[in-house]
Ligand binder design. Structure first.
Ligand code: SPQ
Length: 448
């Protein structure tokens, strides 16, 4: 079977990836190992730094975002081994013992780093911190964590009425509270639970729908007292807590697996097994949606890896049908909506995505960008304030596209390019390294 021609051109750090599929289309086959889960990687570095004793992490994501987390916590005194193998050791310094950094903490492109870290910094008494990020992160809303932290007594200053980075934080002793979050957000929930670790009493977050629960699981594993109430959709932590270093095994990231699951479903004559995928139920919305669309997915070898469920997922080419994606499945598939929009463009009939306005405040405005870039490739796609409507089934055309420096957009467009007619250019494709440094070489090996 002929392979696609994949070329890269660099202009300084910026990469333009050009993908030209052969006339008969691309076929994807084989077994693929995906990088470690980004959410779990961040949390293992942070809890490892706050714990007493040594934490060993296996399978850490070696992407740009966890590197930002590691750099911030190193600057505050945690000893974290070099991130050049997936085996990483963190020498924790104990809760409350972070040192005041002499420079500005830089979270880079990572919303998780900045928002979770704010809960930790705000509750570190008598220390002063300044934090920032890249152009994208400095435009993302921080009020969603700063406002409830202030209700707990935190002192935080920033641009635009204390809602945008750069931010300054004067750490102090906080008061516990019960916070009813208006959005289902694991970053809001985790920020407040982390602030609750050093706060006397119970700090509780109630959500409108359940977001990913990696923080709750890992805090418990590190020795914190965590109460989860599935009926109320709440999670609470009792402070002051004591965390003890652990062995963490990071499963493969289902958000990275999603690119191959969609590719295997839409590319002709494909049969792929994606190995060691984390299938925590708060993350498996993408599997439900793809099954709803008629994708041929099979879970094999289901097992548990240090408190997180894991499986190998087999996908074979299927004729996808349009479907509705809305409600409680949205927080469980939030990062997969861009690649699901590609699946929708290849499905028969209409796909309606609703209740997904949160996508507008990610690394890019993912609704606007997917609408513009897929329209440019000939897809019939309408943007709504909280979603997209995609009428699928017509052949995509190769075109000049842009990632808007968003890793999930770069990789979604690369998968769309595989089933398009003619070459597709993806500008600023280097963004993929945020969560998937080996994405392009892996793509090359799977096309056979
Ligand atoms: O860390 P960042 O930049 O916010 O990353 C994203 C992503 O696509 O990788 C979102 F842009 O993932 C978030 C996710 O959308 C990671 C995350 C977490 O680890 O807690 C939770 C989700 O965000 P939110 O705002 O819904 O809590």
């Amino acid at each position: 079977m002929p392979k696609p021609i994949i070329t890269s051109q660099f202009n300084g750090p910026q990469q333009t990836l050009t993908i030209t599929p052969p006339d008969g289309g691309v076929r994807l086959r084989g077994r693929v190992q995906i990088p470690g889960d980004k959410s779990i990687s961040h949390r293992s570095l942070m809890l490892g730094a706050l714990a007493e004793g040594t934490t060993t992490i296996e399978g850490l994501l070696l992407g740009e975002d966890p590197r930002s987390t590691a750099a911030c916590f190193r600057a505050m005194g945690a000893e974290i081994s070099k991130l050049n193998t997936e085996q990483v050791t963190v020498q924790g310094i104990g809760l409350g013992n972070l040192q005041e950094p002499t420079g500005v903490l830089n979270a880079g492109n990572s919303g998780t780093t900045l928002r979770l870290m704010l809960g930790i910094l705000a509750s570190h008494q008598n220390r002063y911190f300044t934090v920032t990020g890249d152009d994208s992160l400095r435009s993302r809303p921080m009020g969603r964590v700063i406002n409830p932290l202030k209700e707990m007594g935190a002192e935080i200053w920033g641009r635009e009425g204390n809602t945008l980075a750069p931010l300054a934080v004067q750490g102090r002793s906080l008061n516990p509270m019960t916070y009813r979050s208006p959005i289902a957000s694991a970053q809001v929930k985790s920020c407040l639970l982390l602030a609750g670790l050093m706060t006397e009493g119970e700090t509780k977050v109630i959500e409108p729908a359940l977001s990913r629960d990696h923080s709750e699981r890992m805090l418990q594993a590190f020795g914190a007292t965590v109460k989860v109430d599935p009926d109320e959709i709440s999670a609470a932590v009792m402070g002051p807590a004591k965390l003890t270093g652990q062995r963490v095994i990071v499963p493969g990231d289902i958000s990275s697996a999603a690119f191959w699951l969609v590719a295997g479903a839409i590319a002709p004559d494909s049969d792929l097994v994606v190995e060691n995928v984390g299938i925590n139920p708060t993350r498996t919305g993408v599997l439900e949606v793809l099954r709803d669309m008629g994708a041929d997915l099979t879970l094999e070898n289901e097992r548990d890896a240090a408190g997180e469920p894991v499986a190998d997922i087999r996908v074979r080419t299927s004729q996808l049908q349009g479907c509705e994606i809305s409600g409680a499945v949205i927080p469980r598939s939030i990062d997969e909506i861009p690649i699901l929009a590609v699946a929708a463009a290849c499905a028969k009939g209409k796909t309606v995505i609703r209740d997904a306005a949160e996508l507008r405040v990610k690394e890019s405005d993912r609704l606007a960008v997917m609408a513009s870039e897929l329209s440019g490739m000939g897809a019939s796609i309408t943007e709504h304030p909280d979603g997209l409507e995609v009428v699928g089934g017509s052949l995509l055309q190769g075109s000049s596209t842009d990632s808007y420096t968003d890793h999930r957009i770069a990789m979604s467009l690369a998968i769309a390019a595989l089933v398009a007619k003619g070459p597709t250019e993806i500008h600023r494709a280097e963004a993929a390294a945020i969560s998937y440094p080996n994405f392009v070489p892996t793509l090359e090996t799977l096309c056979r």
